[in-house]
Design a protein around this ligand. Structure first.
Ligand code: ATP
Ligand code: MG
Length: 569
């Protein structure tokens, strides 16, 4: 590609809307442009990176037994009503009517459509297993689209769905997908980790997320420093430590004290000269509309996903302040386990059950209890693991030290079981002629998010440093002065030679100052730059620069190909 005829609008200024490096550089390097919130145009340079990732995904999916198809983005409501998700999916599902007044939605995912296809065509166990995938645009009306194409509303996903007649077959496909995903993200040059993930309310079945490690990630991952354990903190179990000794109440006397205007853990503990570990935080939720008080230690965070599971709740939300007031009889900030109405379900975290002489709200404006003790002053409530793991907790598998890292979820694999096949009647006849629901798995990769995550991990102050396999071009040839015919013809000659080698090459043949060309080439992050300057004309030498290290070597023109190729490994 000739730069002078390409469409690559780079920006000097940092766009105000961009909060993180990948978003900033994707805008500046002319990869994407925003049309409206969460809607982006992939400019030619960005599209090339997207296509490279798609090609890697396609190759590895095919190699792992996947078969490509393409389903419509517009989906009829009937299918979503059959699966029960028309009512459950919420506002992320963009719904609309056609000219006949029929309900449709834009596909955020394709379980319904593919299950409909399978139920019409699969009859016998002999037709199975199948693993079908597509690479296609999805729409989710995300509440907070951000970080460019990292969390967009319209985005490209690879989604695969497997259909098996036995659990063993599902396990096998799941294993093959796990391996394919590792290959894909390795080939994309990413530092990633597969982590155990939440399976939602279906429960029981396996799920892994593939996390690219980055401080700007939106997910927290608990990683063991001793064993291979890694899990999303949404899921990571907390193994009790130290607080398992037999329960003994404390000796402090129970008192109600005034805490005027002190609502937060910090304010209350400072005011009473206590530690956060001595306070019980009481949070009021509505679980399927019913009030629940959840208790965690002052220094811990509630894990709403665990709590919802414990409660068996489909919808769990923090109670609005008016509801809190109605339930506790006090403004937000003074709730506590003692003296709550009996219809409020009390659930305590394991660590709370072992506290003694603790502080908690008194369900009264400007008042807290101190010296509270279970059994002596109030009954022990239900006890469950309902909090978020911390780096002070031991590894739930080996007892080792846990580190909390941040990650970007680029892929997700999930054993669905028979949720959709049962709801939608996708069955097959087994070898004894009995009708059985098909056993499903689903496997997603965010294509655009993978590109963004790669940039998030591979950049410096100057710009992007593309991993070669997903770089829009592998080599950029910068001709310092295109008015110099000899210089330009060396550039043209090298361009031809590198193209013949099968490389993707961008020839910077623009009539621009060298400074502009260098800045642009550093910003857009092509892994290797070949600079054709005066030495090329006089001595037959060009400069080869490694974008990552910015190391430059003088190379004879005839040796360029052999010097460039190792830099692309
Ligand atoms: P998240 O938790 O980040 O919202 P999700 O769990 O809803 O993602 P899945 O339904 O598992 O996502 O979708 C599969 C993959 O699609 C994700 O792993 C991610 O890479 C990608 N993806 C999901 N939502 C978006 C989005 N809004 N923008 C870009 N990519 C997305
Ligand atoms: Mg997910």
């Amino acid at each position: 590609m000739r730069y002078s005829r390409f469409f690559l609008p780079t920006l000097k200024e940092v766009p105000a809307e961009a909060e993180i490096a990948s978003h900033k550089f994707m805008l500046r390097a002319g990869m994407i442009r925003k049309l409206a919130s969460g809607l982006y145009t992939y400019l030619p340079f960005g599209l090339r990176a997207i296509r490279k990732v798609e090609e890697i995904v396609r190759q590895e999916m095919n190699r792992a037994g996947g078969i490509e198809l393409l389903m419509p983005m517009v989906q009829p409501a009937e299918l979503w009503k059959e699966s029960g998700r028309w009512d459950k999916y919420g506002k992320e599902l963009l719904r609309f009517k056609d000219r006949h007044g029929r309900d449709f939605c834009l596909g955020p995912t394709h379980e319904e459509v593919i299950t409909d296809l399978i139920r019409k065509h699969v009859r016998s166990y002999r037709d199975l297993p199948l693993n079908l995938y597509q690479i296609q645009t999805k729409f989710r009306d995300e509440i907070r689209p951000r970080f460019g194409i990292m969390r967009a509303r319209e985005f490209i996903m690879k989604d695969a769905y497997s259909f098996s007649s036995t659990e063993e077959s599902l396990d096998e496909i799941y294993g093959a997908m796990y391996k394919a995903y590792c290959n894909i993200f390795e080939r994309c040059g990413l530092d990633f980790r597969p982590v155990e993930a939440d399976t939602g309310t279906i429960g029981g079945h396996a799920s892994h997320e593939f996390m690219v490690l980055a401080d700007t990630g939106e997910d927290d991952i608990a990683c063991c420093t001793s064993c291979s354990y890694a899990a999303n903190t949404e899921l990571a179990q907390v193994k009790p430590k130290g607080d398992t000794e037999p329960f003994v109440p404390g000796k402090e006397e129970l008192r109600k004290v005034e805490t005027p205007g002190k609502k937060s853990v910090e304010d209350v503990t400072r005011f009473l000269n206590k530690k956060a570990t001595e306070l019980v935080k009481t949070l009021i939720f509505l679980a399927d509309e019913r009030p629940v008080a959840a208790l965690v230690r002052g220094d811990h965070d509630i894990n709403e996903i665990k709590l919802a599971k414990v409660l068996g709740a489909e919808r769990l939300e923090m109670a609005p302040s008016e509801t809190v007031e109605k339930i506790t009889g006090a403004p937000v900030g003074f709730a506590g386990p003692k003296g709550l109405p009996s219809d409020v379900r009390l659930v305590a975290d394991v660590s709370v059950a072992h506290m003694k002489d603790f502080v908690a709200g008194a369900n009264e404006k400007d008042a807290h209890f101190v010296g509270l003790n279970w059994k002596r002053d109030l009954d022990l409530p239900e006890i469950h693991d309902i909090r978020v793991i911390t780096s002070e907790d031991p590894c739930p598998r080996c007892g080792g030290v846990i580190e909390i890292k941040r990650g970007i979820e680029v892929g997700h694999i999930f054993k669905l079981g028979t949720k959709y096949s049962e709801a939608m009647g996708a069955t097959f006849l087994d070898d004894k002629g009995r009708e059985q629901p098909v056993i499903m798995g689903c496997y997603g990769i965010g294509i655009g998010r993978t590109v963004a995550a790669a940039i998030e991990q591979n950049h410096d102050d100057r710009g992007i440093i593309f991993p070669a396999p997903i770089s829009p071009f592998q080599v950029i040839i910068s001709v310092i002065n295109v008015k110099n015919e000899k210089m330009l013809s060396v550039g043209e000659d090298l361009y031809g030679r590198l193209l013949t080698k099968g490389l993707d090459v961008l020839l910077d043949d623009r009539n621009e100052r060298p400074g502009v060309k260098f800045k642009d080439s550093e910003l857009i992050g092509i892994p290797v730059r070949v600079t054709v300057g005066k030495k090329a004309v006089d001595e037959g030498l060009v400069e080869v620069t490694d974008r990552r290290t910015m190391e430059t070597k003088l190379v004879a023109i005839d040796e360029v190909c052999s010097k460039v190729e190792p830099l692309l490994k």
